[in-house]
Design a protein around this ligand. Structure first.
Ligand SMILES: [Zn+2]
Length: 297
């Protein structure tokens, strides 16, 4: 399948530092300075924050804290807000292998005191599976075979009673629950599924079109793709020049707007069936989520 426009180069020439929008391909980007949070810099690159003092002997540098810097980019065409650093496959593996397991949690607790307690709350299953099932009910067909792309253990995958099979592809390498089956990328893309779930994934992915291109291979005309991403506060408010508000980046390297998600899906050859902004509760906090159902165009 050919991508429609300039986004095609994301597939063929991924950049270390993005110079175009990863949703619509535009080069019309606003920029502001930001930092890469130390936990992510440490996991991805082994870079730790330092305090520069006189012992460093630097003549033209002022003393003080040094963090890994980056840029916040905002696409003037579709509104996508993103970090300019785009992690390689190896760096993604460094960040996400053993995701939220002990080594991950203890390092993160070091940088972000209180994380361990928060992680315990986040480890509960989501409470809005019923909302996802209702959102998708008009589109999914039996027998319901599901591929959960980035599905972790499968604990949050919808349609537990209705589905006849559940395959999970995930780079975290965790064991999965119940009757779910772990599949490789090759196994996933050589099968066809009635429903593909891609929930809380695309905000982490350097080039989301890469994932969508692979997901397409597991779809036919009966297939529905369900996507959900956080709908962050800075994206929901009417503020202009959002790049001046977003001064740090963590694991979520993409903040989607309604129109950047639409642009991404259109450019990757999908027709949108339905979209929704879900307001729900996760680990005791109110969150807003963008939900989209789509099929092959
Ligand atoms: Zn864009």
């Amino acid at each position: 399948m050919e991508f429609k426009n300039e986004l095609a180069r994301a597939t063929f020439a991924p950049q270390r530092l993005a110079s175009f929008c990863v949703c619509c391909g535009s080069e019309d980007l606003a920029a502001s300075p930001a930092i890469l949070m130390p936990f992510v810099a440490d996991r991805a690159f082994g870079w730790r924050p330092v305090i520069i003092d006189d012992s460093w002997g630097l003549k033209t540098i002022q003393n003080g804290n040094a963090y890994s810097i980056c840029k916040t980019l905002r696409c003037r065409r579709c509104g996508h807000l993103f970090c300019d650093i785009r992690f390689s496959d190896e760096e993604m593996n460094s960040i996400y292998s053993g995701y939220r397991e002990e080594a991950y949690v203890s390092l993160r607790e070091c940088y972000e005191p209180g994380y361990r307690e928060r992680n315990n709350r986040l480890s509960q299953s989501i409470t809005y599976k019923g909302d996802i099932e209702e959102f998708l009910s008009a589109f999914v067909k039996d027998p319901l075979t599901i591929l959960d792309w980035g599905g972790d253990t499968g604990a949050n995958t919808p349609f537990e009673k209705r589905r006849v099979s559940l395959d999970i592809f995930d780079i975290s390498g965790k064991a999965v629950e119940g009757n779910a089956r772990v599949v490789t990328r090759e196994q996933a893309t050589s099968s066809k599924y009635r429903l593909i779930v891609c929930a809380q994934i695309l905000e982490h992915i350097p080039y989301p079109s890469d994932v969508l291109r692979l997901v397409r291979e597991a779809m036919d005309k009966e297939s529905v793709l369900y996507i959900e991403v956080p709908y962050e506060e800075v994206m929901r408010n009417g503020m202009e020049n959002k790049e001046n508000k977003k001064r740090h980046w963590h694991e979520h390297v993409n903040f989607y707007s309604q129109s950047s998600m639409d642009a991404l899906l259109e450019n990757c050859g999908f027709d949108i069936l339905k979209r929704n902004e879900l307001v729900t509760d996760v680990a005791g906090s109110e969150v807003h989520i963008l939900q989209v159902a789509c099929r092959l165009a």
